[in-house]
Design a protein around this ligand. Structure first.
Ligand SMILES: CCCCCCCC/C=C\CCCCCCCC(=O)SCCNC(=O)CCNC(=O)[C@H](O)C(C)(C)COP(=O)(O)OP(=O)(O)OC[C@H]1O[C@@H](n2cnc3c(N)ncnc32)[C@H](O)[C@@H]1OP(=O)(O)O
Length: 214
């Protein structure tokens, strides 16, 4: 297969829109029970989309939440939209179709947010999968570090699942960096539904020793 060296898309709205649609496609695949003929037609349409995207597949190493490949632009963020910090994150990235639709913003020293999980993210009946909950806390607590002026890799993350976290309902998100000791960053977070905590988290994040580690 030949790879074209075309200019990358400049219209961010378009990039976000196609990723949103792909997320909705995943939801429809997960939740529908279509007849064989409909599935066969859908497969053809998906294959056509894949064929048009394939020539633009990026090569190289350095894939991360903040860059497509090795052209890392740095860890910047917008106070009222912290998802912009890591646009390719599988947890919150608006340029990653597997991410649930999370909003996160800064409220003083704290991070607040909201997410509605579709059945794509289902675990126990009518509830969000526990691993997905842990992933969202990882991201949320990381953001609490970022707005405190620090960032680190997850060292230890402990989740307490207090109640089932429901699907298809707004989940409130909250996190704070409580203290920093040397390279260690200590954070706490909660998910709430109608003000009631469904899950809480404590995390210890470690800031890399040298810039080279980051
Ligand atoms: C927003 C983050 C920004 C990061 C920095 C910028 C990069 C930007 C790029 C991209 C965006 C990032 C995207 C983030 C996404 C969300 C976060 C994730 O999912 S991160 C992935 C999961 N985590 C790992 O893969 C870590 C793997 N582990 C390691 O790399 C190392 O083990 C690391 C960095 C955690 C520690 O290694 P050492 O060599 O720096 O640590 P030592 O010097 O041995 O210890 C320092 C102190 O920390 C304690 N410590 C070390 N590891 C610990 C751990 N796992 N748990 C508890 N304590 C630990 C030690 O006991 C020591 O404590 P004492 O000074 O003696 O009191």
């Amino acid at each position: 297969m030949e790879f074209q060296q075309e200019e990358a898309a400049k219209d961010r709205d378009l990039v976000e829109a196609v990723n949103r649609e792909a997320g909705e496609l995943i939801r429809l695949l997960r939740c529908s029970q279509a007849p064989d003929q409909v599935l066969a037609t859908a497969t053809e349409h998906i294959q056509a989309a894949m064929k048009s995207l394939a020539p633009y597949l990026r090569q190289g190493e350095g894939w991360s939440t903040i860059s497509i490949a090795s052209d890392t632009p740095g860890l910047g963020w917008l106070e009222d939209d912290l998802t912009r910090c890591m646009p390719y994150s599988p947890v919150s990235g608006t340029c990653n179709p597997v991410a649930p639709p999370i909003r996160m913003w800064r409220d003083g020293d704290e991070v607040r947010g909201e997410v509605v999980f579709s059945p794509t993210y289902a675990g126990p009946p009518n509830s969000v999968h526990g691993g997905i909950i842990a992933a969202v806390f990882d991201e949320l607590l990381s953001m609490a570090n970022v707005i405190s002026g620090n960032a680190g890799f997850t060292g230890t993350l402990s989740i307490r699942y207090q109640r089932h976290t429901p699907l298809d309902r707004p989940i409130e998100l909250w996190a704070v960096n409580e203290r920093t000791s040397g390279r260690k960053l200590f954070c706490r977070g909660e998910m709430r539904v109608d003000g009631q905590v469904t899950a809480s988290a404590e995390g210890l994040f470690i800031r890399p020793a040298t810039q080279m580690d980051s």
